[in-house]
Design a protein around this ligand. Structure first.
Ligand code: NAD
Length: 428
């Protein structure tokens, strides 16, 4: 399964050990800008539940191996928990909790009727045959069955898992329930209840938000230069759309490095990671750059769309762009964020920019519940509307309180969650 190995590369330090620490720090920071009850903040520092399960697998050679699986459910005050399942050797409870918190904020900033969840299995998916992956996934679905459900907790693909994994998961869940329940997961292939446009959605949302940011800062898109780090699902879809809309994409990269053409690259001629892994450097271009040089190019917009923690204290002073749009999850460290704020570089955060994925997951869930598939045009039109509404909500906070885009996005998310909590009250 090629996507499994490719997504392995995206494991960042931030993802690994400190997801929970970072998520709590960001929550603390956001509370300084919004008037929210202390009890609500305290509650949000902790997940509702973390389910840990043992997942036995009969290997192809007949041996039985037992893996550990998790599902962290952070908060569901606004609707079912929502978030990915990842297969990676370093998946652990803390990481899942931290990532589930980010999903809570992401769903809230997009005003989706979901809370945050995240889970996975501590396993190297590259070490599994396809048959083993299927058996492991089916058993995992069974072990989690009592804590998930289409109105309770709706998983999705993440690192090391893909649409096929979700199809097996949905089938296993449905077999035990005695009926086909497509709404148990999102990110499925369209033939079994998946949504058109789901794969391209995170990149599309990054492009839409980039376009809005360009306009907001009084630039003409036709006169804007863009550098995109990572040419996978997020990076290639964002780059191609921005290219379509007239921006000049001057540099793109993959894990090996990047290419640079000051006159603009033909983004459609460069194979994306899924078309041909690691083929960017083979594309003819006037210059090559390292991944770090790409981030420091003299461009208007930089889009880190590969891995986390690439914009750090080390290179933040050398970034030349006016706008950074976070395509990847967590590409900017807290120290770099502060430097950018001091330098007047505008950073549009991941929880807004790449939220197209979970937004189209929401559309997929609606389609599943209604048993009615939407055409791609409707998916893209409604995604555009949702992104513009979220952009506007965050923009208003930026302007009203003179906040960074990240702080403003957290304020929007936190205010919605806190209001829902105080309206519902504390049970019992
Ligand atoms: P992908 O596997 O499709 O592509 C990743 C790209 O990044 C590839 O071109 C790869 O060569 C490159 N890359 C890997 N390691 C690199 C490194 N060290 N330096 C530079 N480039 C490197 O991944 P994707 O789905 O596009 O995800 C990219 C980022 O976006 C991740 O942070 C992911 O968590 C985030 N994200 C993805 C989705 C989604 O649904 N695909 C949604 C939201 C956020």
């Amino acid at each position: 399964m090629s996507t499994q190995s490719s997504q392995q590369e995206n494991k960042s330090d931030e993802d690994l050990g400190s997801a929970l620490v970072t998520a709590r720090r960001q929550l603390e920071r956001a509370t300084t800008h919004v008037n929210v009850d202390e009890g609500v903040i305290e509650r949000l520092k902790h997940p509702t539940r973390v389910e840990q399960v043992s997942v036995p697998l009969k290997r192809d050679n007949g041996d039985v191996e037992v893996f550990t699986g998790y599902r962290a459910q952070h908060d569901d005050v606004r609707g079912p928990y929502k978030g990915g399942l990842r297969y990676h050797p370093e998946v652990n409870a803390e990481e899942c909790i931290g990532l589930s918190m980010w999903m809570t904020w992401k769903c809230a900033v997009m005003d989706l009727p979901f809370g945050g969840g995240k889970g996975g299995i501590a396993v190297d998916p590259k070490s599994l045959s396809e048959e083993e992956t299927e058996r492991l996934t089916r058993r995992f679905a069974e072990e989690l069955r009592h804590v998930i459900g289409p109105t309770m907790d709706v998983p999705a693909p993440d690192m090391g898992t893909d649409a096929q994994t979700m199809a097996w998961f949905m089938d296993a869940y449905s077999m035990q329930q005695g009926e086909t329940i497509t709404g148990i997961v999102t990110g499925k292939p369209p033939i079994v209840g998946g949504s058109e446009g789901r794969d391209a959605a995170p990149g599309r949302s990054v492009a839409i938000i980039t376009r809005e940011a360009i306009e907001y800062y009084d630039k003409e898109i036709e006169e804007t230069t863009v550098a995109v780090q990572g040419f996978g699902s997020v990076g290639s879809n964002a780059a191609k759309l921005l290219d379509d809309w007239g921006a000049k994409v001057v540099s793109v990269s993959d894990v090996n490095g990047g290419i640079y053409d000051p006159n603009g690259l033909d983004t459609y001629a460069i194979p994306s990671h899924h078309e041909e892994p690691e083929a960017v450097m083979a594309h003819e271009a006037p210059e090559t750059v390292t991944n770090n040089e790409l981030l420091e190019l003299d461009v208007d917009v930089v889009i880190p769309a590969a891995i986390g923690n690439v914009l750090t204290e080390e290179n933040a002073d050398d970034v030349d762009a006016d706008i950074v749009v976070e395509g990847a999850n967590g590409p900017t460290t807290s120290a770099a964020s502060e430097i950018f704020a001091e330098r007047g570089i505008h950073v549009v955060p991941d929880i807004l920019a790449n939220a197209g994925g979970v937004t189209v997951s929401y559309f997929e869930w609606l389609q599943d519940i209604n048993r009615r598939q939407w055409p791609l045009e409707r998916v893209n039109k409604e995604l555009e509307e949702h992104m513009l509404e979220a952009w506007d909500d965050v923009r208003q906070e930026v302007e009203a309180k003179d906040l960074t885009w990240r702080d403003a996005a957290y304020v929007v998310a936190l205010s919605r969650i806190a209001e829902a909590k105080s309206t519902r009250g504390l049970w019992p």
